[in-house]
Design a protein around this ligand. Sequence first.
Ligand code: GAR
Length: 190
Amino acid sequence: MKKIALFASGNGTNVQQIAEYFAENKEIKVDCVVVNKQNIYVIERAKNLNLPCFYFNREDFYSTDKVLDLMRLREVDYIILAGFLWLIPQNLLANYDNKIVNIHPALLPKYGGKGMYGHHVHEAVVANHEQESGITIHYVNEKYDSGDIIFQARCKVEANDTPDNVAGKIHLLEKEFYPQTIEKVVLENK
Ligand code: GAR
């Protein structure tokens, strides 16, 4: 049995979808949720999903081993970023080499980098009259959105689409592909 931890900073639709996808899985278990903000809806979702949820602040993340210690204590094998918006610190990268995965709501390398997250991405895609957007699932390194790409899926952006419309299309792709891609990554690297 491989254990995954889900890191999140916001609403948590991806956390919910991943947790539901693996609920009955015999080989992969969602062990816990880690958040870097208080008062975010994902905390409520974790409670409803009966998943332990741990909060760490900036100091904990970047100046201590508290998060790494928790991952080791709970014997977490993979860290899955599900709308988590901080860079991953070196101590986690070193101990989870090729075992930290992120989803980005655009076709990287376009629309990546600092400040390009969530709705900002969809606003930029619409402002630039792109005809398509999509999702990128990738390994995490020390820079934003630049690790090796594992999987991409595309959707059309119509001339009259708003950023909200695009966000809706992206969420559908995330729901369809993120859990199953995580499953592949974990099982193939067993
Ligand atoms: C998702 O669309 C995810 O791709 C994006 O944040 C959203 C989180 O939604 N991630 C990034 O922008 C990472 N740079 P959720 O909290 O409802 O899952």
